[in-house]
Design a protein. Structure first.
Length: 121
């Protein structure tokens, strides 16, 4: 575990999904920090806002080593963290399987903002 201090810059993503399991109850925010190493990229954290404790979950080197904070989000249907890369690609991180998946290509860079359509049940 890592205690987040006031000097660490974090981008927090609120969890917007239902049915949280026991493991998810230990944290309630996502955080992204730059590692400081251009060959490593970014650190992806889960954070307990009550205690300030954070757990490093994965690292990711995004295209051009950049991502857009304003266009990244948490998928309400899956609970995955979706990162919008600087080149327009969308990539999702699934904590349960500890895997990244491609969510979209360069089409998204043609728009100011894209919105994922919710799954219809």
């Amino acid at each position: 575990m890592f205690k987040i201090g006031s000097k660490v810059l974090l981008t927090l993503f609120s969890l917007l999904f239902c049915g949280a399991n026991v493991a998810r109850a230990e944290w309630d925010f996502w955080g992204v920090t730059y590692s400081g190493d251009s060959s490593v990229g970014n650190h992806i954290w889960t954070i307990n806002s009550d205690t300030g404790e954070a757990t490093l979950r994965t690292t990711r080197l995004f295209a051009g080593n950049g991502w857009q904070t304003a266009n990244s989000y948490v998928d309400e249907e899956t609970g995955e963290l979706v990162i919008y890369e600087s080149d327009g690609g969308l990539h999702a991180y699934d904590l349960d399987t500890d895997t990244w998946s491609d969510r979209g290509g360069a089409f998204s860079s043609d728009y100011q903002k894209v919105f994922s359509r919710p799954l219809i049940e």
